[in-house]
Design a protein around this ligand. Structure first.
Ligand code: FES
Length: 361
């Protein structure tokens, strides 16, 4: 029968498909379905709590404030990270593949039980990694530090983080390299790097740049930006850390992050698009056509040979593109170069965040 609709009370019936898993049981994870009755504007969290209350008290979910403040109820709804208490049932149903709302634990963290993940094992350990407190400039003023308003507005965006772990759950770089410090912790690092009262901006940045799993491990996939329920824009904060590290402090890291960025920037300016075959040699051998003759580049080029061959076989690369790069129409190339000219002629770098620009980057 079509879903019951209680017009009097305004409730509807919704089907939840919950991912259940108890590592201590020795049994494999499985899906569990429950039908619940609630008004469509009520939250996924309320629906799970109703299923727990009426059908199975052993369902595990973590929550506290129920109003998108404490960050406890992070889960995946229909495969996307979300706060269960901040996701309406009607919206969740509209996004469901077959009308059944699927709720799973967050990714990149071990499951403790059902929808509860071990935040200590991953998220909080990474937050601790970045020294998440102010190392105050000395001498500490007798009354208070006077801080420019713009500087505080800038760090306010990272202060909006409620530590729900949604960005960690969806971080693709962390999926490949679980040691990556990750979006939440690096956004936290920006909180102090961007604070004019902090005494160790250079030390923090140098540490995060030299760490092979630090700021240059981010692959710009934007997943954390989409996942964040508070508009913190963790990837944007990581890019700010990079810009201050390389642009202001001229930190050259052992991971070739700065050289790689320089090479990419130059190639896009010269060709209008990335020239893949030049990127690796320039990143390792020096940012010019001669980079490929540097011994350090040779080793990396050999290591990347299997990827290049795969690209050729799959038609993603052609011998002509490897040799000469991409060609875009002359007027397009001119337009790209005009952007470079405009940005590079500015006397100082603009750092606009959500609160200053009025919209997400
Ligand atoms: Fe606090 Fe959802 S219960 S954020």
């Amino acid at each position: 029968m079509a879903e019951a609709h209680d017009r009097e009370g305004g409730t509807q019936s919704f089907t939840l498909r919950l991912r259940r898993y108890d590592p201590e049981s020795g049994n494999a994870p499985y899906w569990d379905e429950h039908k619940i009755e609630l008004e469509p504007h009520r939250s996924v969290l309320e629906a799970v709590l109703q299923a727990k209350d009426r059908f199975d008290g052993s369902i595990g979910i973590r929550c506290s404030c129920r109003q998108a403040i404490c960050g406890s109820c992070g889960v995946r709804v229909n495969g996307e990270p979300a706060l269960a208490c901040h996701t309406h049932l009607d919206a969740a149903k509209a996004g469901a593949r077959d009308g059944v709302i699927e709720i799973e634990p967050m990714g990149n963290m071990p499951v403790i039980k059902d929808l509860i993940v071990d935040m200590d094992a991953v998220h909080w350990k990474k937050i601790q990694r970045v020294t998440p407190w102010l190392l105050a400039k000395q001498p500490v003023p007798e009354r208070e530090y006077i801080v420019p308003k713009d500087a505080m507005v800038d760090v306010t965006q990272t202060m909006a983080c409620i530590q729900c772990g949604a960005c960690v759950s969806d971080c693709l770089a962390m999926e490949v390299d679980p040691g990556f410090i990750g979006p939440a912790a690096l956004a936290k690092a920006y909180r102090f790097v961007g604070d004019p009262r902090d005494a160790e901006q250079y030390e923090r940045l140098n540490d995060l740049a030299q760490d092979p799993q630090g700021i240059f491990d981010c692959t710009h996939c934007f997943k954390c930006v989409e996942a964040c329920p508070k508009g913190v824009n963790p990837m944007g904060q990581i890019m700010r850390l990079r810009r201050i590290a390389t642009g202001d402090h001229h930190i050259v890291d052992q991971n070739n992050g700065k050289r790689h960025e320089d090479a990419l920037t130059t190639l896009v300016r010269d060709y209008g698009l990335n020239h893949e075959a030049e990127l690796v040699p320039r990143s390792y051998g020096g940012n010019s056509w001669f980079g490929k003759f540097h011994p350090a580049a040779g080793k990396e080029m050999l290591a990347s040979l299997p990827t290049a061959i795969k690209g050729l076989l799959r038609g993603k690369m052609t011998p002509a593109k490897i040799l000469f790069g991409h060609k875009i129409p002359a007027q397009d190339l001119k337009a790209v170069q005009a952007i470079y000219d405009k940005v590079e002629s500015r006397p100082e770098r603009y750092e606009l965040n959500l609160y200053i620009a009025g919209e997400d980057e």
